[in-house]
Ligand binder design. Structure first.
Ligand SMILES: NC(=O)c1ccc[n+]([C@@H]2O[C@H](COP(=O)([O-])OP(=O)(O)OC[C@H]3O[C@@H](n4cnc5c(N)ncnc54)[C@H](O)[C@@H]3O)[C@@H](O)[C@H]2O)c1
Length: 386
């Protein structure tokens, strides 16, 4: 069936993994969609945990429930259009490969994979199978992030030259209590700590706001409880871009849950503290060009409700899912978001190498970004078109 035919009728999907993000973020959004646009229905769920399967049965009484993804795919693939993968990262690649083998499109939670080799193989498989691979890069769909995009596009802060992205969390994110609640602190499930868990969000925001891709990374990280966990709880990285620099700091040991971002342009700046956004635009005065005397700032303040405290980010899901549908409609099998997911994994893995090598800078080379047989629309170092 062609991509166009698929997108002109209601799509049938299956959930692989019914944990926190699936139960609190994806399913309520799908149910909302069913009530409104009625363009998608979840008809099957697989989860390896019996208690989670029981909860899935209650949330989706019409859905058929399976104890693992393989039995679900075997029984359901002929009736499905896509799978939505919300397992821990260690299993994303194998489930996605199996879904492509059954001719299905894939919506996959971040991080796309835990290794760069797995990410490259997945993009290549999507291209070969002619099925969409789409990562859940949902932070771009937060209302406050959309406002940043709108301000940058308006030209009011001029050319963006620097970013800071601080993500403060008072604890590691936790999974549901019925399964391995602390899997993010165990490398075998997560592939890494806060950089692997949350880094993608910071990095794809930098691509969007800088309007470019980075060429190098240097990073530092630490683990305040090494006897207990084998993944990092603090991470910072500096990314070199052709047109500037971005600094990302991520911590699970903060005293507050919050994001604080700044976007510095050559004509002004945006500062974000969760929902609060301040725009400062430079005004040249007639005064002498000494010290700060020749410039004043016109300041605008906005409060843009983005529900940052709700870790399920349910209110951002359907804006992102719309893009997944567009990719299916357009046959955009390995689109910009998929390639950026690959780049995120490259940054995370190169950042880990940098941190292990006394913060030595590691390249993010065009060659390393090349995915075999998948032509990159834009090479490293070139500005992104909009
Ligand atoms: N985009 C976001 O804002 C966001 C937020 C939270 C979580 N996530 C991502 O969602 C994924 C899941 O995180 P979570 O917090 O929901 O975890 P969780 O522990 O709450 O849920 C994981 C579920 O998957 C099930 N599971 C584990 N292995 C499985 C397998 N092989 N097959 C089928 N089921 C399996 C578990 O039983 C559990 O029910 C992770 O990749 C995480 O990074 C994304």
């Amino acid at each position: 069936m062609s991509a166009t035919q698929l997108s002109s009728r209601r799509l049938s999907g299956a959930l692989i993994g019914y944990g926190f993000i699936s139960g609190n973020g994806h399913v309520p959004a799908y149910l909302e969609r069913k009530r409104t646009t009625d363009d998608v229905e979840i008809v099957a769920v697989a989860d390896i945990c019996a208690a989670r399967r029981e909860l899935a049965r209650k949330a989706l009484p019409q859905a058929r429930i399976y104890p693992d993804y393989a039995s679900l795919l075997q029984a359901e693939a002929g009736r499905l259009d896509f799978v939505d993968i919300s397992t821990p990262p260690c299993d994303h690649a194998k489930v996605a490969h199996a879904a492509f083998d059954h001719g299905l499109h894939v919506l996959c939670e971040k991080p796309l994979t835990t290794t760069l080799e797995d990410a490259a193989a997945l993009l290549e498989h999507a291209r070969r199978a002619r099925r969409v691979l789409f990562p859940c890069h949902n932070y771009k769909h937060a209302p406050v992030a959309k406002k940043v995009r709108e301000i940058i596009d308006s030209g009011r802060i001029g050319k963006v030259r620097a970013l800071t992205l601080n993500t403060f969390r008072n604890t590691h994110a936790k999974g549901v209590t019925e399964w391995h609640t602390h899997w993010r602190r165990e490398h075998r499930y997560s592939g890494g700590g806060i950089a692997m868990d949350h880094g993608s969000h910071s990095f794809y925001l930098t691509f969007d706001w800088m309007g470019a891709y980075p060429t190098a990374v240097t990073a530092k990280m630490s683990n305040l409880e090494p006897g207990r966990w084998d993944t990092e709880d603090n991470f910072s990285a500096a990314l070199t871009f052709p047109n500037g620099v971005a600094y990302a700091q991520l911590t699970w040991t903060a005293g507050v849950r919050k994001v604080m971002y700044t976007v510095q342009g050559d004509q002004g700046a945006i500062t974000i503290d969760d929902d609060d956004l301040q725009l400062a635009v430079m005004r040249r005065t007639d005064g002498p060009d000494v010290a700060q005397g020749a410039v004043t700032w016109e300041v605008e303040k906005y409060s843009i409700s983005s529900h940052w405290m709700d870790a399920s980010h349910v209110s951002w899901f359907n804006s992102m899912f719309d893009q997944f549908l567009v990719a299916i409609r357009d046959g955009d099998f390995v689109g910009k978001d998929a390639r950026e997911a690959y780049l995120c994994i490259q940054i995370i893995t190169q950042a880990y190498r940098s941190a292990a090598d006394s913060c030595r800078e590691k390249p993010l080379s065009a060659e390393a970004w090349h995915v075999p047989s998948v032509p990159m629309e834009r090479e490293q170092g070139l500005r992104l078109g909009r």
